[in-house]
Design a protein around this ligand. Structure first.
Ligand code: MG
Length: 482
């Protein structure tokens, strides 16, 4: 067996990347997933302290595990949140810099009363935030977040006496425990026998401490780029996509590697790149893995968000299963996976949920499953993914004054579905999502600009253009009369 190795190429290929504001900013503390704000402009240490106090009050007793990604503000905020929790008499276990899924995994495995991740996910480096996890490995639901926010707003915090304060301890082996659990959930020997050549791009984020070592344990030849933890994200933008993964694509082409693996800042996402250097959207990879998961039973439920490709529905249906769509956000997917006893869940941005492991995003098991499939079929990832077609998606935006957005969205939620043919489902949480036989539409107001964005997919160019034309007409007329 060839010996595995890890090389760090560092940020040699780094390029200047313009930071973008990607999270809608409102007065509300919690967004789509937890709290995410710009440090010092929208979030300060007093808020961190009070969020710690609020969580300790909410939990009441027991222990909370706290971890962080590599952001420059992470240690300071983790210390402050810790102080807030300890002041309520609740213990704090510090797990250091680890991926979000590792935090969710140990919260569940060790039965901690809650988990807190200090992270702003894939947002630019000036952002910070907190994601909260339950003992059942799921992120806090909207109901749980509302309760926490109520305690935070009322400042009705539990105050422990000097001799009843929480105790702080450390958790050193979380990554090792997580890797051991992952190795048990895949055919590690099949993967090891192939000595795959992989290039890992953690984007200077939390996956630096896990993915290269997982690959090593699977006897892969590993080259890591942007492989050192750095909260400035010097190597690339933290969100892994075709635009930000130029260095990874280039390295795969130059070295002839078998697979590229890229993560976001807190590593709850993974994006795969084929041996040809093609960046594959998450929904196509979910389709591939869902097909495999249903191979034996010929049935099962797959959960995804409104913006996933129709190809996922078709693949799942052909494999004998059914699909459920939810509003965007991994928590929404996790809730439906649990309710429907689903086989797999995920989002096109690179989120994978494997309920047999836990209910948090699990990008590392997705990596294992992709390598396992390559090993078993003796096919390249490019050959495997070529069996999952791609449909045209088009995006458009219409100007709409910020103060009209709410009434426009309300009005089109009532009128647009009736203008479409073969409507299967209408979702009005976080924008308007319409799923039809022939495609889908997602209409969402921008959180930062006076525009409304429309995204459509259809099986053919003509179908998608017709869907967009009708959607634009309705939205434009509604804006004009608002
Ligand atoms: Mg993330």
């Amino acid at each position: 067996m060839a010996q595995s190795r890890i090389l760090t190429v560092g940020t040699f290929f780094s390029e200047f990347v313009t930071n973008r504001r990607v999270t809608p900013m409102t007065g509300k503390l919690f967004g789509t997933t937890g709290v995410r704000k710009v440090y010092s402009e929208e979030f300060d240490l007093e808020m961190a302290l009070n969020l710690g106090k609020a969580l300790g009050t909410y939990v009441g007793s027991g222990s909370v595990v706290i971890a962080r990604d590599a952001r420059t503000t992470g240690l300071m905020i983790a210390d402050t949140v810790t102080a807030g929790i300890l002041s309520t008499g609740v213990n704090v276990i510090r797990a250091g810099i680890i991926p979000t899924p590792t935090l969710a995994f140990i919260t569940m495995k060790h039965g901690f009363d809650a988990g807190v991740m200090i992270t702003a996910s894939h947002n630019p480096p000036q952002y910070t935030g907190l994601k909260f996890w339950s003992r059942n490995s799921m992120g806090f639901t909207a109901k749980e977040e509302t309760k926490l926010e109520e305690i935070y707003n009322k400042k009705n915090f539990k105050v422990a006496n000097w001799d009843e304060l929480g105790k702080e301890s450390r958790f050193e082996d979380s990554v090792e425990e997580h890797i051991e659990a992952l190795l048990k959930r895949c055919d590690a020997d099949a993967i090891r026998s192939k000595t795959f050549r992989v290039i890992v791009d953690p984007g200077n984020g939390a996956a630096c401490v896990l993915t290269p070592y997982l690959m090593q344990r699977l006897n892969c030849h590993v080259v890591t780029i942007n492989g050192q933890l750095d909260g400035h994200f010097p190597g690339r933008r933290s969100e892994p996509d075709e635009e930000s993964l130029g260095d990874l694509i280039q390295m795969i082409k130059q070295t002839g590697a078998d697979l590229g693996i890229a993560h976001d800042g807190d590593s709850d996402r993974v994006i795969f790149v084929t041996e040809q250097g093609e960046v594959i959207k998450g929904d196509r990879t979910i389709a591939l893995l869902a097909q495999q998961a249903m191979l034996a039973s010929k049935r099962g439920t797959v959960v995804t968000t409104v913006d996933s490709s129709l190809v996922l529905d078709e693949t799942v249906r052909r494999a004998g299963g059914n699909i459920i769509r939810t509003p965007v956000g991994d928590i929404q997917v996790a809730i439906k996976v649990a309710e429907s006893n689903g086989v797999i869940g995920g989002e096109a941005c690179g989120v994978y949920i494997f309920p047999e492991a836990h209910l948090a995003p699990e990008p590392f098991l997705a990596v294992c499953r992709v390598l396992e499939l390559m090993a078993r079929t003796e096919k390249t990832f490019g050959e495997l993914i070529a069996t999952i077609p791609q449909y045209p998606i088009i995006r458009s935006k219409l100007e709409c004054p910020n103060d009209k957005k709410e009434s426009v969205m309300k009005s089109i939620s009532e009128t647009l579905p009736s203008k479409m043919r073969n409507v299967k489902e209408v979702l009005t949480v976080d924008g308007l999502g319409i799923t039809m036989e022939q495609g889908w539409i997602l209409v969402r107001p921008s959180g930062t600009e006076p525009i409304i964005r429309i995204t459509c997919e259809g099986q053919t160019r003509e179908a998608v253009e017709e869907i967009l034309r009708t959607s634009e007409e309705v939205v434009r007329a509604t804006i004009a009369s608002a």
